[in-house]
Design a protein around this ligand. Structure first.
Ligand SMILES: Nc1nc2c(ncn2[C@@H]2O[C@H](COP(=O)(O)OP(=O)(O)O)[C@@H](O)[C@H]2O)c(=O)[nH]1
Ligand SMILES: [Mg+2]
Length: 221
């Protein structure tokens, strides 16, 4: 019997990601994949981001990945944004095929931004293209200043790095110079935005980054 060899998991994932990106491009939707350890502030920042986009009349949507529960989706559901929760069961990251299923639940027409909140994990999500246009990596001060060198694959791929919870820097005696030192060896391309969802520091800079990325997507089409 002839043995069929299915292309490896990453190749299959990549093919589907290309399809997702094509669909998003056709609709002019900028898709950003937000990745970090659990608890670094992805959902909190998304709450602020959606509120700002809502206030400016900019339509947006979120696909939220978690192993279990719809807790994050519930936190995000009080505005106009379309929210879809994806439960991965035992999966430590989202796959492009799960994103395809999520996209089918969304009305993409007229949408400006699609945010993907990936499963909280600093290893697995780094290897899976979902069809996004940009990768956003969060690192909170509470996690320490040594994680960039420890998890280089994730930080290498970042298009922007958000150093979150900077309001806690004083109490944590946080030395951010190590973050910038490590990045000199790992990623000199991505801007770093120092941000606090509590005080609002850096949030406008983040919103500007998003709007510029969407504009460059539109300019390309
Ligand atoms: N002090 C402080 N706490 C924050 C900030 N952003 C998020 N948090 C808190 O950090 C915890 C985890 O945040 P969450 O958004 O759920 O993280 P996620 O798991 O990455 O989605 C929550 O208790 C938030 O209130 C921030 O900028 N400053
Ligand atoms: Mg979350």
């Amino acid at each position: 019997m002839k043995i069929k060899v299915v292309a490896n998991v990453l190749e299959a994932n990549e093919a589907r990601a290309v399809e997702n990106r094509r669909l998003l491009d056709q609709n002019g939707v900028l898709c950003v994949n937000m990745m970090s350890a659990p608890g670094s502030g992805k959902t909190t920042l998304l709450q602020k981001t959606l509120a700002a986009l809502d206030a400016g009349g900019t339509p947006s949507a979120v696909l939220v990945g978690d192993l279990q529960t719809s807790r994050d989706a519930e936190r995000l559901a009080d505005g106009k944004a379309q929210i879809v929760q994806i439960n991965t069961g035992q999966g430590c990251h989202l796959t492009s095929s799960q994103v395809t299923h999520g996209l089918r639940e969304l009305d993409l027409s007229g949408l400006a931004f699609l945010f993907i909140e990936n499963v909280g994990n600093m290893v697995c999500p780094a290897s899976f293209d979902l069809g996004e246009h940009a990768k956003v990596v969060l690192l909170s001060t509470a996690e320490g200043n040594d994680k960039i060198a420890k998890y280089p694959v994730l930080f290498q791929q970042a298009d922007v790095i958000l150093l979150t919870k900077v309001d806690l820097a004083g109490v944590l005696e946080y030395d951010k110079s190590r973050v910038y030192e490590d990045l000199k060896h790992i990623n000199t391309r991505a801007p770093v935005i120092e941000l606090s969802a509590k005080t609002g520091q850096g949030v406008n800079q983040w919103l500007t980054w998003l709007k510029e990325r969407r504009q460059s997507l539109k300019d390309r089409s």
